[in-house]
Design a protein around this ligand. Structure first.
Ligand code: JHZ
Length: 417
């Protein structure tokens, strides 16, 4: 086993307490976006430990082992523009942000973890100056081809200074599905403080811990996601910085996410939605997510779900039916690897992302094809691995159901549609 590139943490990423308690371990799994080329199928794959723990002090849920980010992000195959739902969400976010702080052109918008520039493109279409930051070379090239100026690297105080020097301070900084990937949150926030205009706002969004627990979304837990946020530890983090959370919103993206709005403490022009924030904290407390016991229960119910996914698929195979997968999502790779469901059960996976087609899923070596394959091959069942986009996938594949195909949703309970 190669563990050279893994660091075990012994203190909490936010509060530095050593009161970290492991509650769920997936064993050693491949990193979920490490898709494999055909000529690499015989090579030994590296596996990395995946264990989640709970900080009994500030209540942050986090990974016990951290994989070197370069292994995970230098060449990254996930792109947000592969889903219409996500693109619509980005467009909404840009329009709403413009209204929220009465943004006037040519304010600068910076997106951290800007990927192929999909979100910045929405701001650009509204007439704003935009700059991205992303560590994946392949994605920075795509973004630049799309006309989005992008800094290559992991956002920190050095990059923040570079942007201010070359461009200007940002009126808005956005970061969707990125903060959970950040190891040094204090350094990250210091970078935001440097880059943000005094009246500017920082908006970040990520899957919400409460949804993860309540909907048994165990496959959102993977090596890339170092933190699983609730509001309480975020508030603690904010207290230690020059920034302040002034609003929080819940939305349905990725199975349930929270959008957190930050401003400088010195900026008194924006109202702090204190009552709303207090309600979030109350709800979290009621749901028991500040208690270790809730995580022990979660761990048990994940094992039950794993068994029921395995059993249902095994019964379908026993009946000599063919099963394919929909969406070569990172989460799907965790689900299949953790449940040990391989090519003997899932013949192939279809995915709309051209970069993923022709490759194979990490660990299991299931091949990835175009979506059209479903209509040529007509499998009996299709398990929706990208369950966060189930609605979009079902809508665009009504024809598949008409020709007798059935869909399987694995989460929160296995359901056949
Ligand atoms: P999708 C991402 O995880 C990435 P992943 C990231 N790690 C993160 O934080 C989480 O989200 C929250 C395909 N698809 O977006 C495209 C179709 O084929 O859920 C994608 O490969 N046809 C930053 O990787 C996959 O499904 C379709 O019609 O789990 C969805 O992956 C649609 C809608 C999607 O990301």
């Amino acid at each position: 086993m190669e563990y050279d590139s893994v660091e075990k943490i012994n203190s909490c990423r936010i509060c530095k307490s050593s009161a970290l308690i492991d509650f769920l371990s997936f064993g050693n799994l491949p990193i979920p976006n490490s898709f494999i080329k055909k000529d690499e199928l015989d090579k030994k794959e590296n596996l990395y430990p995946l264990t989640v723990c709970f900080c009994n002090s500030c209540k942050l849920v986090q990974l016990r082992y951290i994989v070197n980010p370069q292994i995970m992000f230098d060449n990254y195959l996930y792109i947000p523009s592969s889903s219409q739902t996500r693109l619509r969400h980005f467009k909404d976010l840009a329009i709403k942000t413009k209204q929220l702080i009465n943004l006037t052109k040519p304010a600068l918008i910076v997106d951290i973890g800007s990927n192929d520039g999909s979100l910045l493109n929405c701001f650009k279409n509204l007439g704003f100056d935009v700059v991205g930051v992303d560590p994946a070379e392949n994605l920075v090239r795509i973004a630049e081809l799309n006309g989005i100026e992008t800094f290559l690297g992991y956002f920190n105080t050095t990059i923040a200074r570079k942007i201010v020097k070359k461009n200007k301070k940002a009126s808005v900084i956005t970061s969707t599905n990125v903060v959970a990937h950040v190891a040094n949150l204090h350094e990250f926030l210091s970078g935001i403080e440097l880059l943000l205009d005094d009246n500017g706002i920082f908006i970040c969004q990520f899957p919400y811990l409460l949804d993860l627990l309540e909907k048994r979304q165990f496959d959102t837990i993977y090596h890339e996601h170092l933190s699983y946020f609730s509001i309480k530890p975020l508030q603690f983090l904010a207290e230690q910085s020059k920034l302040q959370i002034f609003n929080i919103e819940r939305n349905d993206l990725d199975g349930g996410s929270i959008r957190v709005y930050w401003k400088k403490k010195s900026n008194k022009t924006l109202e702090i939605k204190s009552k709303k924030i207090a309600l979030f904290l109350e709800k979290e407390k009621k749901a028991g997510i500040y208690d270790l016991q809730r995580y022990r229960q979660f761990s048990q119910s994940v094992k039950k779900l794993r068994d029921s996914i395995r059993n249902i698929l095994r019964d379908i195979k026993k009946a000599k039916k063919k099963i394919a997968g929909y969406g070569a999502a990172a989460k799907g790779n965790i689900l299949l690897n953790y449940c040990k469901i391989g090519r003997e059960t899932i013949s192939y996976v279809v995915d709309s992302t051209s970069y993923k087609q022709g490759l194979f899923l990490p660990g299991l070596h299931i091949p990835i094809f175009e979506e059209a394959r479903l209509y040529e091959d007509k499998p009996d069942y299709v398990i929706i691995l990208a369950w966060n986009f189930a609605e979009e996938i079902l809508e665009k594949n009504k024809k598949f159901k008409k020709i007798g195909g059935k869909f399987i949703l694995p989460i929160p309970d296995v359901v056949i549609i």
